[in-house]
Design a protein around this ligand. Structure first.
Ligand SMILES: Cc1cc2nc3c(=O)[nH]c(=O)nc-3n(C[C@H](O)[C@H](O)[C@H](O)COP(=O)(O)OP(=O)(O)OC[C@H]3O[C@@H](n4cnc5c(N)ncnc54)[C@H](O)[C@@H]3O)c2cc1C
Length: 105
């Protein structure tokens, strides 16, 4: 895996580039018993379904996680931003019902 990555990067950035690289760590995601190296994805032509997945239900259930991000799915920052958005939605709905203050900013 590391040799393949170095080969690809050397092809992109020139023959001297590979000498500047050394592997630091690698995941064994492919060997993980339950996930088996899998990744979530939207089928071609169905990316808009992420917005449906992320939509609150009855202003009481709020969804977060990378799959709810229309722009940054499959990433840690997409998951984080979806979580912040879901929390803000929950606070806004609770504020409308008079259960807490609306989020500031
Ligand atoms: C090998 C690998 C490398 C990656 N590298 C990068 C990278 O370099 N940069 C990047 O931005 N992203 C990377 N990602 C993607 C990033 O890790 C994910 O997009 C992100 O972690 C998704 O966050 P999440 O909160 O949506 O889901 P998760 O991080 O999967 O969190 C879901 C949580 O819910 C828990 N859970 C599941 N079912 C239940 C249940 N029934 N009850 C209670 N808890 C439950 C799980 O245990 C888990 O803790 C990588 C992913 C993998 C697999």
């Amino acid at each position: 895996m590391a040799a393949f990555a170095v080969e690809e990067l050397t092809a992109l950035f020139g023959s001297g580039f590979g000498a500047r690289l050394r592997p630091l760590a690698a995941s064994a995601w492919g060997a993980e018993r339950l996930a088996c190296g899998s990744y979530s994805h939207a089928l071609p032509g169905h990316a808009a379904a992420r917005t449906i997945l992320a939509a609150p239900v009855d202003d009481r259930l709020f969804f977060a996680g990378e799959a709810c991000s229309a722009e940054d799915f499959s990433t840690a920052h997409g998951a984080f931003e979806a979580g912040v958005r879901a929390a803000e939605q929950a606070l806004s709905c609770a504020a409308v019902r008079g259960r807490c203050r609306a989020p500031s900013g």
